[in-house]
Design a protein around this ligand. Structure first.
Ligand code: NAP
Length: 422
């Protein structure tokens, strides 16, 4: 029997507490105490009689509790709770990617020092067992690259915009209602959530800490239905892709960005809140994992699996060579490979504009593959109209010079997406 304290009874905490009460697999786990901010709050989603407290030490310092599960959200308070729990000799489990991406080295350092397990399967891609796959199935292989659709909310929005032409704001409200958007949805759609997950996955895949703050990151918050429509007309689908690849110099190229994927790309068919990660490695060549990447149900399932491992003595205790504490990876993002690009510009609706724009591209030696000016009388009540361009292969540095020239001309609003050929 393993006795558990759960910190947090929000969307995910309540999901786990219900699962602990109903799953036959959880019969050897005993929930003792649940930490919340406000014990007076009505909680119809929790089983009656769930024992609540507002004092973290009721979990961390209770000698009966063996494992503390952190489901609070944020970074500082979760770090305080888990480091205290470790210092009191307790195993810990967390679904918190922010905490691990930001303070993983300190937390894993403490666990290694105390020889205690940390379970964190639920922190990346919720119910899809990508952490286990990297830590166990692929541990003997040499991973060269990984890429994935790792933010369920963004993928849900992009899928509904593509399949139903549903407006962005309506889809976002639905994602929040269904419990898989973060409380601050900006965090999902800006790419920051995906960057944290990329930091964690790249750390495990490449063997040293990858600081997510150094990964160039953009999201889907500047896209609109026109981009989704145009991408599809050209035979592509827009996805928010998190990618990291070993570079020729021995460093790492990493990026989180919306990209145009050809329809036959394995990540192009990942729908709604599902996630997928594709791993390239020397031994297995290609491994693809897909599954439910958000929401209380799938997240609780991964938390339960970690709790069962710990209860059965199979929890993973980090050694001194654990990737989170083995060193820090260099990122060489200056070396981004040449690519084709999709651009949506907002330009003045007057004769000669098209020639002027083409001139900016020509001055940097960038060849345009297509130019389209959809018939829209005006946007945002002003005199700017959308101009959609695709380029032939170019390096990003030259494109950035064109974008700077456009901005200097007062046409600074633009969407730029990489076009993947395979
Ligand atoms: N949503 C997903 O699909 C998903 C998937 C994987 C991982 N996660 C991660 O799971 C974690 C929890 O997310 P959530 O959506 O469940 O958050 P949430 O709904 O905001 O719930 C947070 C819970 O923590 C409690 N809490 C927060 N700060 C506290 C403090 N200082 N002291 C005591 N209690 C505190 C809150 O208490 P009150 O109830 O009293 O306010 C609430 O019960 C996050 O790290 C998130 O990133 C989420």
């Amino acid at each position: 029997m393993s006795t558990i304290g759960v910190a947090g009874a929000g969307s995910i905490g309540a999901g786990l507490i219900r699962l602990l009460n109903t799953s036959p697999a959880a019969r050897r786990l005993r929930l003792k105490t649940v930490l919340v901010r406000d014990t007076a709050k009505s909680r119809p989603e929790l089983p009656t009689g769930t024992p609540l407290t507002v004092a973290p030490t009721d979990l961390t310092d209770d000698p009966e509790i063996d494992v503390v599960v952190e489901l609070l959200g944020g970074v500082d308070e979760p770090f305080r709770v888990l480091s205290r729990a470790l210092s009191q000799g307790k195993a810990v489990v967390t679904a918190n990617k922010n905490l691990l991406a930001e303070r993983g080295p300190e937390l894993f350092g403490l666990a290694a020092e105390r020889r205690l397990p940390i379970g964190f399967e639920a922190s990346v891609c919720a119910g899809m067992p990508i952490i286990r796959t990297l830590q166990e199935a692929l541990r003997g292989d040499r991973i060269t690259a990984l890429e994935g659709v790792v933010n369920g909310t963004s993928n849900y929005l992009l899928t509904r915009m593509s399949e139903e032409r549903a407006p962005y704001q309506d889809c976002l409200a639905d994602a929040q209602r269904l419990g898989f958007a973060e409380p601050d949805a900006e965090y999902d759609v800006s790419g920051r959530d995906a960057a944290c997950k990329t930091g964690i996955l790249a750390t495990l895949a490449f063997g040293a800490y990858v600081d997510f703050r150094r990964i160039p990151t953009s999201g889907i918050d500047t896209l609109d239905l026109e981009d989704v429509r145009q991408a599809e007309a050209m035979g592509y689908r827009i996805k928010l892709v998190a990618a990291a690849r070993r570079s020729a110099s021995g460093g790492l190229d990493a990026e989180v960005a919306a990209v145009l994927l050809p329809l036959q790309h394995p990540l192009a068919s990942i729908r709604m809140e599902c996630n997928a990660v594709r791993v390239e490695s020397e031994g297995l060549v290609e491994t693809l994992l897909a599954g439910r990447g958000a929401g209380p149900g799938p997240t609780s399932m991964s938390l339960l699996a970690d709790l069962l491992d710990i209860a059965e003595g199979r929890g993973r205790v980090p050694g001194a060579d654990h990737p989170f504490i083995a060193g820090v990876f260099d990122l060489d993002n200056g070396q981004r490979a040449a690519s084709r690009y999709y651009l949506r510009l907002a330009v003045p609706d007057r004769p000669g504009t098209l020639a002027q724009v083409a001139g900016f591209f020509a001055s940097q030696g960038i060849s345009l593959a297509s130019v389209l000016q959809p018939e829209v009388p005006e946007i945002n009540g002003g005199f700017l109209v959308p101009l959609i361009l695709t380029t032939h292969t170019t390096d990003r540095r030259r494109l950035d010079l064109v974008l700077a020239a456009l901005a200097a001309a007062g046409w600074g609003r633009h969407v730029v997406l990489r076009i993947r050929e395979r």
